[in-house]
Write a protein that binds this ligand. Structure first.
Ligand code: PEP
Ligand code: MN
Length: 339
C-alpha cells in the first residue's frame, strides 16, 4: 500500500503515518517526489485495510499496489529514477555508454581500451575481474589483480568503473573499486547475492536473466530495493529463443514494457544479445530509438586474442562509429512519456 499525503501535510502528520505503520510491524518507505509526499508500506504479506490511514490528518489517499513488486514500481514512484555520478546521470533518458572488454586481461589491454572508449565519449569502463563462465576450463578472470587494474584505469582515465560481483565473497572486494556493481544474467535470481547487493553502498546494474520475464526481473530488483539500496539500473541483454542467427534475441519491447511499470533506468547490452559484432551497431541504434537510457558495449583492441567474448567485441573504429551514430540518433529521439 502507498499512503499519499496532502501536499500541505505537516511534518508531524507524516510522522504519525510512519508511526502507525511501524506499530503494525511493517516498514515505512518514504518515496521522494516533486509533486507529493508518499509513504510506501512494505513487509505485509496480504492486503491492508486503508481505513486506519485515511482517518489520520493530512492523508489524502491510500492506494493498493497491485503488482507483486512495490518499491521499483511506478505505482510507488511515478518519476523516473536518476542515479548521479558527479556530472554523469543515468536514467530519465540521459544517455550513458558503458564500454570495455568482456574480461580484464592485463593493465595494457585495459588502459588501451579505456583510452579509446573515453575518447569516443563513453563515461564508464566495463570489464570483469571475476567472470561467470559456462565452462570451468574457460578463463575465469584475474580476480583481485583485475580489480587493481580497474582501480588504475579509474585513476588514469577518470572513467567510472562497472564490474561484476559473482558471489558473496567477492562483492565486498568489488564494491571497493566499482562505481557500479554488476549482477550478471546468471545471478539474476541468486537471492542471497541480491540481498547482499541491497546492502551495498554502490549502485547495482542488474542484468536480465536469459530466460527471465519482465516481472521476474523486477522482482529481482525488488530484492535489492527492499534491503535499502534503491540505486538500481536494469539491463536488457537478450533472451534465449529458437533463433540461431544470433547468440540471444534482443528483446527490444522489454524497454517500453519496463518503463511503463517501473521508474528504474534501463540500459541495453547488444553485445551479449548478438554474440557477434556485425549485429552490435544496428542493435545499439535500435536500443536508443526504443527509449533505452544507455548502452553497455564490449570493445577490445585485439578481439581475435580476447580471452572472453572476442567474436562480439567491437574494434575501436567500430565503437567510434557506434558512438557517432547513436549520438546522432539520441538527438532525434524525443522519449515518449513512460505511460
Ligand atoms: C558480462 O557483462 O560480461 C556478462 C557476463 O554478461 P551477462 O551476465 O549478461 O551474460
Ligand atoms: Mn562478455
Amino acid at each position: 500500500m502507498l499512503i499519499v499525503m496532502d501536499k500541505n501535510a505537516t511534518g508531524p502528520q507524516v510522522d504519525a503515518v510512519i508511526h502507525l505503520i511501524e506499530s503494525m510491524g511493517y516498514t515505512p518507505v518514504p518515496v521522494p517526489g516533486s509533486q507529493r509526499t508518499a509513504i510506501g508500506i512494505v513487509g505485509n504479506s496480504g492486503p491492508l485495510e486503508s481505513a486506519p490511514f485515511l482517518a489520520l490528518e493530512g492523508v489524502k489517499d491510500a492506494i493498493h499496489v497491485s503488482k507483486p513488486y512495490k518499491m521499483v514500481s511506478r505505482d510507488f514512484k511515478a518519476e523516473d529514477t536518476v542515479i548521479e555520478f558527479g556530472d554523469v546521470r543515468v536514467g530519465a533518458g540521459h544517455q550513458t555508454v558503458m564500454a570495455g572488454p568482456c574480461a580484464v586481461e592485463s593493465m595494457k589491454q585495459c588502459l588501451d581500451t579505456a583510452r579509446v572508449v573515453r575518447a569516443a565519449g563513453a563515461r564508464f569502463f566495463r570489464g570483469g575481474a571475476y567472470k561467470p563462465r559456462t565452462s570451468p576450463y574457460s578463463f575465469q578472470g584475474l580476480g583481485e589483480k583485475g580489480l587493481e587494474i580497474l582501480r588504475t584505469v579509474r585513476e588514469e582515465t577518470g572513467l567510472l568503473i562497472v564490474t561484476e560481483a559473482i558471489d558473496h565473497e567477492n562483492i565486498a572486494l568489488v564494491e571497493q573499486v566499482a562505481d557500479i556493481v554488476q549482477i550478471g544474467a546468471r545471478n539474476m535470481q541468486n537471492f542471497s547475492l541480491l540481498k547482499r547487493a541491497g546492502k551495498s553502498p554502490k549502485p547495482i546494474l542488474l542484468k536480465r536473466g536469459m530466460s527471465a520475464t519482465i516481472e521476474e526481473l523486477l522482482m529481482a530488483a525488488e530484492y535489492i530495493s527492499s534491503e535499502g539500496n534503491r540505486r538500481i539500473i536494469l539491463c536488457e541483454r537478450g533472451v534465449r529463443t529458437f533463433a540461431d542467427h544470433s547468440r540471444n534475441t534482443l528483446d527490444l519491447s522489454a524497454i517500453p514494457a519496463v518503463r511503463a511499470v517501473s521508474h528504474l533506468p534501463i540500459i541495453v547490452d547488444p553485445s551479449h544479445a548478438a554474440g557477434r559484432r556485425d549485429q552490435v551497431i544496428p542493435l545499439a541504434r535500435a536500443a536508443v530509438a526504443v527509449g533505452a537510457d544507455g548502452l553497455m558495449i564490449e570493445v577490445h583492441c585485439d578481439p581475435t586474442r580476447a580471452l572472453s567474448d572476442g567474436p562480439q567485441s567491437l574494434y575501436p573504429a567500430q565503437f567510434e562509429q557506434l558512438m557517432r551514430e547513436v549520438g546522432a540518433l539520441a538527438g532525434l529521439v524525443a522519449r515518449a512519456p513512460a505511460r
